[in-house]
Design a protein around this ligand. Sequence first.
Ligand SMILES: [Fe+2]
Ligand SMILES: [Fe+2]
Length: 170
Amino acid sequence: MNIVDALVNHHNVLRSLYQQSETDPAVFETYIRHLVVHHTMEEKYFYDFLEKVGSARHEALEAVNEHHIIELIIKDAEGFPQDHENFPIKIEGLGEYTNHHLGEEEEEIFPLARQLFSDTDMITLGKLFEQSKENMLNVELPEPPKHIDTSGTAAAKSTAAGLGIGSLKS
Ligand SMILES: [Fe+2]
Ligand SMILES: [Fe+2]
């Protein structure tokens, strides 16, 4: 699959996850995960190349800048309590801005890419995007152990012991 078709397919997944999270906030985490993975891979396998083509540089940089704005909206929504009655407003703000961004890519940027990149390169980038996206979506982050000392004194204690200061004082 070429990179543009792969990106459009994932856009449709994002649109659907947004729709679901509007009625079920439990889907919100999955939506965010897909969104962050989408931006990371889209920049690595698409915009990093498109921004090097002089005639498309401005559009590419504008789209990457919109990714940054979306990340700020994500941070804001993540800091908001999910059980609050106004949490759906946060989801809506993020979803509407994101959908606007997806539409702009499909209408203005992807047609440009189809003219500028060869079919072979588009397919190479598409395969890389697909593989990396699946790998990243399937990464399981192990839970940290419960016994991490957060008192702030653990390192100081061990440094003192390492220097022999503790035993000199006692
Ligand atoms: Fe994007
Ligand atoms: Fe995209």
